[in-house]
Design a protein around this ligand. Structure first.
Ligand SMILES: C[S@@+](CC[C@H](N)C(=O)[O-])C[C@H]1O[C@@H](n2cnc3c(N)ncnc32)[C@H](O)[C@@H]1O
Length: 349
């Protein structure tokens, strides 16, 4: 583990185009960087954490499409901010590309194009998933829930969870959780606009650490109903880890809480497709197809809202364009929303 002055020296060495210093004021530490030359965006970055600063500088504009000229941009293993690679596809950035976003790099585009080539409906499916997420949040907010934990939140995509929730519950608090450094940097810059929104770095393979996070605990009151979103993320976890995170969340939620899940399923999906999608991600993500019965079991002990666990297109369609699964689709993506009922005797927050 690098000591703090060594870590600062390492970031300075890696980013010679920026002047970087540490400030201590009123008991708080912050790191500031200022570009030495024009044409670099952002010109000034201020973060509370050196790893985050490293990510922000890695994302500085000239790095975006001419990575070869910035070979030292990526943090070395073990350094703060490691885990960020612009040369390997990332789940969040591939998804951003498929949704028509702008935060992706050549490796992400190559993986996404490979998937779209074998599986053209992936774009419609991703958009149907986002539309489901919005409808599901509205459903939960209309039931008076005003705190949300978005696990595997992804890169900011409008409307974001807090925007949808606050249209119905203006004071809604939202914690965005992800393990991707670029997601965290963008979320901190774009989403954490007030005290009611937090961004939590966490790996869903360690749900206990996420649920115990002081940042999360400061924002979310687990004695009150909470809505937990696991939308389009559980199929990126090994089966045992996916089951464990769902169980941990269900355990901790107070009665009156909601669980929102969407996930790809092996039931009704061409097995070759799962293999091909896995090949496109390579070793950056594990793709696990769970059966419809296994996904249904995630809702055990909860009350599934109508229409139950269904194809993502048909969960309470609201007249939008994408309301049905295309008949020729070779893959299925399931979605459900469930309430934790009041009478679970052994509940302890
Ligand atoms: C396909 S995106 C879904 C984003 C958003 N939930 C949605 O449905 O629009 C999956 C997200 O899960 C995150 N993710 C994948 N594995 C994760 C893990 N083990 N821990 C935390 N986040 C993870 C990825 O970084 C990515 O941002």
């Amino acid at each position: 583990m690098l000591r703090s002055h060594e870590a600062l020296a390492a970031v300075r060495a890696d980013f010679p185009r920026f002047r970087i210093w540490r400030e201590d004021a009123c008991g708080r530490v912050r790191f500031v960087s200022r570009s030495r030359c024009s044409g670099l965006n952002p010109h000034t970055v201020v973060t509370a954490d050196l790893g985050e600063l490293r990510v922000a500088l890695t994302l500085a504009k000239p790095c975006r499409d001419s990575l070869a000229t910035f070979p030292a941009c990526e943090p070395a293993p073990g350094q703060p901010g490691s885990g960020l690679s612009l040369h390997r596809a990332s789940v969040a950035r591939v998804y951003d590309y498929v949704l028509g976003g702008k935060d992706h790099y050549p490796a992400d585009r190559a993986a996404a194009e490979a998937m779209l080539g074998m599986f053209p409906e992936i774009g419609n499916m991703a958009r149907a998933n986002r539309a489901f997420l919005t409808r599901a949040i509205r459903h939960v907010a209309r039931h008076g829930v005003d705190q949300f934990i978005d696990l595997g939140a992804g890169l900011p995509t409008s409307p974001n969870t807090h925007e949808t929730a606050r249209r119905i519950m203006p004071g809604a608090r939202v914690a965005y959780v992800d393990h991707d450094p670029m997601v965290l940097a963008h979320a901190r810059a774009l989403l954490a606009v007030d005290d009611g929104i937090s961004v939590v770095a966490g790996d869903l393979r360690d749900p206990a650490a996420i649920l115990a996070s002081p940042v999360l605990r400061t924002l979310i009151d687990f004695h009150q109903p909470v809505c937990v979103l696991l939308v389009s993320v559980l199929h990126f976890l090994p089966a045992g880890d996916a089951d464990a995170v769902v169980a941990a969340v269900k355990d901790l939620m107070a009665p009156g809480s909601y669980l929102i899940i969407s996930a790809g399923t092996s039931t009704g999906t061409d097995p070759a497709l799962i293999t091909q999608v896995q090949a496109a991600y390579g070793d950056t993500a594990q793709v696990t197809g769970r059966s419809e019965a296994e996904i249904t079991a995630w809702f055990d002990g909860l009350l599934l809202a109508r229409p139950g666990l269904v194809d993502v297109w048909s969960w309470r369609p609201d007249g939008a364009r994408l309301t049905r699964r295309p008949p020729q689709a070779r893959a299925r993506f399931l979605a459900g929303v469930a309430l934790k009922p009041a009478s679970l005797p052994q509940w302890q927050p």
